[in-house]
Design a binder for this molecule. Structure first.
Ligand SMILES: Cc1cc2nc3c(=O)[nH]c(=O)nc-3n(C[C@H](O)[C@H](O)[C@H](O)COP(=O)(O)OP(=O)(O)OC[C@H]3O[C@@H](n4cnc5c(N)ncnc54)[C@H](O)[C@@H]3O)c2cc1C
Length: 293
């Protein structure tokens, strides 16, 4: 038990804040709360990290250029600041690797890039063809290259946030499933498969399971199935390494295809399709690749 936490008369341990779900969001919440001196308990039903939720797969993209001049501008700039702080505090430069980001669209007037000249390089088809021969694009395609684009490593971000949260005094329990919760004017009580805990406040960061946990509040959240995979290039492997290839997205009628340069975490070149996805029960769906994938 942490020195500053207490037991209630009913025997449950009590905290300032309970964070339900320790994925990308919950781990960051635990870290930032603990860093401010808040007595925080993070509860995670699986191992930390794991591959069942929304934060696995070794890479995520981030970029600045599309958001400049939009309501997201202060959010993305602050996010970059926080990632850099995390890298500095943890000494883990691999959390955020600048790869550049290439946004490929069917014409030049794609959204988000009208007001932010100076934050990206505008590339026509022949410039794209010369610089990135890995892509065989139809001639009406354009690209916007954001040199600030980066690859984030979600599992490493989670473990680092958790490690630092614990060092700042947080308590984090893996393999502890929140079965139910209740709130009244005195605070919240959370029942898990490993005991009951109380707090003044609760943070729900349960990712795809949020709809199940917040059913009583009438908040509808639908989980959908998303797939990605790693493939091995048939030729010219070097062209897919970070020196030659940025992270990228390509928008077309199916949704947004995306990919990453080949990193050392997993053999191969990661590619996926971001679309609405099929609605699923996050506790019961087929996780194996299928013909549509
Ligand atoms: C395929 C894919 C690609 C993506 N690409 C990008 C990208 O390139 N750039 C980007 O910015 N974002 C991207 N995202 C979005 C981003 O990765 C997610 O929004 C983020 O990782 C979700 O984190 P989370 O903590 O909300 O959810 P999760 O990581 O799912 O965490 C929720 C946690 O809550 C736990 N939990 C649930 N219920 C309970 C319970 N009852 N008791 C205890 N614990 C519980 C779960 O086990 C889980 O660990 C992508 C998402 C996906 C799926």
């Amino acid at each position: 038990m942490h020195a500053s936490q207490t037991k209630t008369s009913s025997g449950s341990e009590t905290f300032d804040v309970i964070v339900v779900g320790v994925g990308a969001v919950g781990s960051a919440a635990c870290y930032h709360l603990a860093r401010r001196g808040v007595r925080v308990l993070g509860l995670e039903r699986f191992a930390i990290p794991h591959a069942q939720g929304g934060s696995h797969g070794y890479s995520r993209q981030t970029k600045i250029a599309p958001y400049i001049g939009s309501p997201y501008e202060p959010i993305i700039l602050r996010a970059y600041e926080l990632w850099r702080e995390l890298v500095a505090e943890s000494g883990q430069p691999d959390i955020m690797v600048t790869t550049g980001f290439l946004d490929l669209h069917r014409d030049r007037t794609f959204p988000g890039y009208q007001k932010n000249a100076g934050h990206f390089e505008d590339l026509n088809w022949s410039q794209l063809h010369d610089r990135y021969p890995q892509f065989q694009l139809p001639k009406h395609y354009w690209g916007a290259y954001d040199p600030a684009g980066a690859l984030l490593r979600p599992e490493l971000a989670i473990t680092t946030h958790v490690r630092l949260a614990i060092q700042h005094g947080a308590e984090i329990h893996g393999s502890t499933e929140v079965l139910s919760w209740s709130a009244d004017q005195g605070g919240v009580t959370v029942t898990t498969d490993r005991g009951t805990f109380s707090a003044d406040r609760i943070v729900f960061s349960a990712g795809p399971w949020t709809g199940k946990l917040l059913k009583e509040l009438g908040i509808a959240c639908t989980a959908t199935r998303m797939s990605f995979g790693w493939v091995w290039p048939l030729r010219n492997v070097k062209a897919y390494e970070p020196e030659s290839m940025p992270s990228w997205c390509l928008t077309d009628d199916d949704g947004i295809y995306y990919g990453f340069p080949m990193m050392t975490d997993v053999p191969g070149y990661k590619i996926g399709l971001h679309w609405y996805g099929e609605p699923v029960d996050p506790d019961a769906f087929d996780r194996k690749p299928n013909a549509h994938d």
